[in-house]
Write a protein that binds this ligand. Structure first.
Ligand code: KQY
Length: 365
């Protein structure tokens, strides 16, 4: 593995493909952190196993596990899923596994962004984050792909989406947050995204999902479903705090074209009614930096948009709500060539994210 310090993917002819382009595999991390996952992560691990199995139907899944969890992971995951030992602080593969880029010959490289637990000492979610921050490079070594060193730029994989055709989508609330790259202007951030993702246009959604503790990652509110098409988390309830956030995104997107000059088609995906954490769930969470991780009744950032597009399936969350089936049908209509598989994901949501946040695709045929 070579570490590339003096060039960019754009200059070298590499681009980040869309998630709906072919994958050779998917990376996940086995959860165990007791202030993220209730009751030591027992139920979360079961949900992660279900997600891994659904994805592994059509691509090779590798689950990274600590020394402590390795034997358990190996025992509960089927043999066609690879388990490798790797240290981490938590289990958000989307955010700190590498972002992969490809060139026209199908060669793959990784990007090692800086990671500071979603805002560092300003408004980050835990300390330390050093093991997470070292993962991208280790994963590139494991897969024997060269890696761009971009640790001087703080970015999580969940804060970007791309159509693979020159358009990148982010949220202002996240990318311009004070805890990430406060010395960089919006134009400089946009320049870095274009240089490293091989893009020509950045779409800046104003906001994300209400109370999303990542400063509102784009992957929880909006995703590309096809070139020129996106799906947006939506509510018709004008009294709900999410309404103005989703409306601001819809108004923004309605006035935008993508890098190829296409007017965007926006599909609405209704949210579940507010999902709040229960007292017994809070009791199962250890303190985080001496503070309660969550308080009973706190609203969680539940959204059906937090799905993973595998080669032959779309793996989406369900919340045990009567809106689950309607959301599944909408997504099935948007992905007619893939089976939409819904997994009960409350135990992933309690950790602060969902299925997209715990997965990272490796592009290629
Ligand atoms: O990408 C994400 N949504 C991760 C959130 C991490 C929350 C830590 N408790």
């Amino acid at each position: 593995m070579n570490i590339i310090k003096d060039s960019t993917p754009y200059a070298d002819g590499f681009r980040m493909p869309a998630e709906f382009e072919p994958h050779t595999g998917c990376i996940m991390i086995f959860p165990e952190r007791a202030d993220s996952w209730q009751y030591g992560g027992y139920a979360a691990r079961k949900a992660f196993v279900q997600v891994a199995c659904a994805i592994a139907q059509s691509e090779k899944v590798t689950v990274l596990a600590s020394d402590k969890q390795y034997e358990n992971a190996r025992a509960v995951l089927p043999s066609h899923i690879r388990v490798a030992e790797m240290s981490s602080n938590d289990a958000w593969a989307r955010d700190y596994a590498p972002t992969f880029v490809v060139n026209t010959e199908g060669k793959i490289r990784g990007i090692d962004w800086g990671f500071n637990a979603w805002g560092g000492l300003t408004d980050g979610l835990y300390f330390p984050w050093d093991k997470d921050n070292r993962m991208a490079r280790k994963v590139c070594d494991l897969y024997d792909v060269d890696v761009y060193d971009k640790r001087d730029f703080i970015l999580e994989g969940g804060s970007i989406h791309t159509d693979g055709e020159g358009t990148v989508m982010v949220t202002e609330s996240c990318l311009l947050s004070k805890g990430r790259n406060p010395s960089l202007s919006r134009e400089e951030i946009e320049g870095t995204l274009k240089d490293f993702l091989g893009a020509e246009k950045v779409l800046w959604l104003p906001r994300g999902i209400y109370l999303d503790e990542t400063n509102e990652h784009v992957d929880n509110i909006c995703a590309f479903t096809a070139p020129g098409e996106v799906v947006l988390s939506w509510t018709e309830d004008k009294e709900d705090a999410q309404y103005s956030l989703s409306l601001a995104c819809l108004e923004y997107l309605s006035g935008q074209k993508d890098a190829r000059g296409r007017k965007l088609k926006v599909h609405k995906l209704p949210l579940p009614k507010p999902v709040c954490i229960k007292e017994e769930e809070c009791e199962g969470l250890d303190l985080c930096d001496d503070e309660p991780t969550r308080k009973p009744g706190d609203r969680l950032a539940a959204s059906y948009v937090n799905f993973y597009i595998a080669n032959k399936a779309v793996v989406m969350p369900g919340f045990g709500e009567d809106t689950d089936e309607a959301a599944r049908k909408i997504l099935q209509g948007l992905f007619p060539d893939r089976e939409v598989v819904q997994i009960y994901a409350r135990d992933i949501l309690i950790g602060g994210g969902n299925i997209h946040c715990i997965t990272q695709q490796i592009p290629g045929r």
